[in-house]
Design a protein around this ligand. Structure first.
Ligand code: UDP
Length: 477
């Protein structure tokens, strides 16, 4: 049976982890439902990062994309100082270009749905004008989405900072969170970042659906609570875990050296250490981590970025890889020489999917970005949870206290994880009884994740429901 083409428009966020996941979702959507055609209108902050550009070369013919006129960091000041504010304000500044692009698309063909990243909700204001259904693509955990739906109420009922609340916060269906662990923009309620957050999450309620990169077995509590009858939430479409099959990189050579190194290691013997697409550590923390890795006596593969003391998300919007930095400037003296048999250090960017898929990897010390977590789950690798910014602390709590597939390091009064703690946790994960149990739980979670993506799996069916809804709508009109 031949179907009429269904056209949808997609607005990603800026930054690797708000562009690549929604493109990956679009790829899966058109692969399973080839009668759908996607046009991506991509907001940009400065120029797009090279690591994101390579995925655009892998898009099939039924996905088109256009880069919108770029916004520059100076255009976002003074409000745009945090990652989250920059993500949102870039879209705010891009609204006229999004409107223009939708208008010219709608002149050519009827558009059925507008799907936007969770930081691009303002673009949904145009859905009505062009007679489109409106959806959010939420590339993070259902737990953090739940906090979004709950936040306006919490805001009304709370007079102090959340971190000063004596009792944990009970978000419907979620494990309890201490106020200091909820996402970063909610840590200081007097800031512009908090006001923007509230504005954004209030908008979440009035959409036709939220498509989320999660699945029931990893977040049963929040997903069930979000979809409970009478909850007044928009329909939720859990379609995850959607991850890339290989990490795209525009410089394959420097990346693949580490895979050859991994080939020479024992199965499950190597700890992979990475802080996502833009996480950075302070100089002091880099030294403690390096000495902890060394004294653990375990093999490691560490993706290193130059230190930054002012912000742990300093490299998030950086458009260039740090290929020319001098490691001796910030790694402990003699570290590289002493650990040359024990570990490998990679500058700034690694082929993460290929690494996690390698049989030599036995653990992942991660900053707990949601994509990294899903990638670790899909490859059955237990974690050491080392959150840095955004909603990563919530993810760390979910992994360590909820799913029990990750161990969380203790932080000293200066906010530093000391070398002894690093070494002990690595030993515990890689050779201890608790690490073994986590590994078993992670393998089970992996099995569930794989099943949910099979032809009859719940995520595949959910995606089909959505496609069917769009198809019916198109036929009706
Ligand atoms: N990533 C990668 N190589 C690196 C660092 C990160 O391929 O050296 C990818 C990783 O596989 C994941 C994404 O970047 O898909 C990071 O997303 P996540 O949500 O984990 O963290 P964020 O970048 O948002 O902090």
């Amino acid at each position: 049976m031949k179907f009429t083409t269904i056209n949808i428009a997609v607005v990603p966020g800026v930054g690797y982890s708000h562009l690549v996941p929604i493109l990956q979702f679009s790829k899966l959507l058109v692969h399973l439902h080839p009668y759908i055609h996607v046009t991506c209108l991509i907001p940009t902050l400065g120029s797009p990062p090279s690591s994101s550009k390579t995925i655009l070369q892998t898009l099939p013919s039924n996905i088109n994309y256009t880069f919108l006129q770029p916004v520059y960091p100076k255009d976002l000041l003074p409000q745009g100082t945090t990652v989250e504010s920059q993500l949102q304000l870039t879209v705010t500044r891009s609204l006229p270009f999004i409107h223009q692009a939708l208008k010219s698309l709608a002149l050519r063909t009827p558009l059925v749905a507008l799907v936007v990243d969770c930081f691009a909700v303002e673009a949904l204001n145009f859905a009505k004008e062009f007679n489109m259904l409106s959806y959010i693509y939420y590339p993070c955990a259902a737990t953090t989405l739940s906090l979004g739906f709950y936040l306006p109420k919490l805001d009304e009922e709370t007079s102090c900072e959340y971190r000063d609340l004596p009792e944990p916060i009970k978000i419907p269906g979620c494990i309890p969170f201490h106020g200091r662990d909820i996402y970063a923009p909610a840590q200081d309620r007097s800031t512009q970042a908090y006001k923007l957050l509230l504005q954004r999450v209030k908008r979440f309620r009035s959409v036709d659906g939220v498509i989320i990169n999660s699945f029931l077995e990893i977040e049963k509590g929040p997903i069930e609570a979000l979809t409970e009858e009478g909850s007044d939430n928009p329909p939720l479409y859990p379609v995850g875990p959607i991850i890339q099959t290989v990490t795209s990189s525009d410089d394959a050579n420097h990346s693949f050296e580490c895979l050859t190194w991994l080939d020479k290691q024992q199965p499950c013997s190597v700890l992979y250490v990475s802080f996502g697409s833009g996480g950075t550590l302070s100089q002091e923390q880099i030294v403690e981590l390096a000495l902890g890795l060394e004294s653990s006596n375990h093999k490691f593969l560490w993706v290193v970025r130059a230190p930054c003391s002012s912000s742990s998300s300093a490299a998030y919007f950086s458009n260039s890889e740090q290929n020319d930095i001098d490691l001796s400037q910030f790694l402990p003296p003699g570290f590289m020489e002493r650990t040359k048999e024990q570990g490998m250090v990679i500058l700034s960017w690694a082929p993460q999917i290929q690494i996690l898929n390698h049989k030599s990897i036995g653990g992942f010390l991660s900053h707990c970005g949601w994509n990294s977590i899903l990638e670790s789950v899909m490859h059955g690798v237990p974690l050491i949870t080392w959150p840095l910014f955004s909603e990563q602390r919530m993810n760390a709590v979910l992994l360590s206290e909820g799913l029990k597939v990750g161990m969380r390091p203790r932080v000293n009064e200066n906010g530093i994880v000391e070398r002894l703690e690093v070494a002990e946790l690595i030993k515990c994960l890689m050779e201890g009884e608790e690490g073994g149990k986590m590994c078993i739980r992670m393998k089970k979670l992996k099995e569930n994740a794989i099943n949910t993506l099979k032809e009859n799996g719940s995520s595949t069916k959910t995606l089909s429901q959505l496609a069917l809804k769009w198809r019916n709508l198109m036929h009706e009109s």
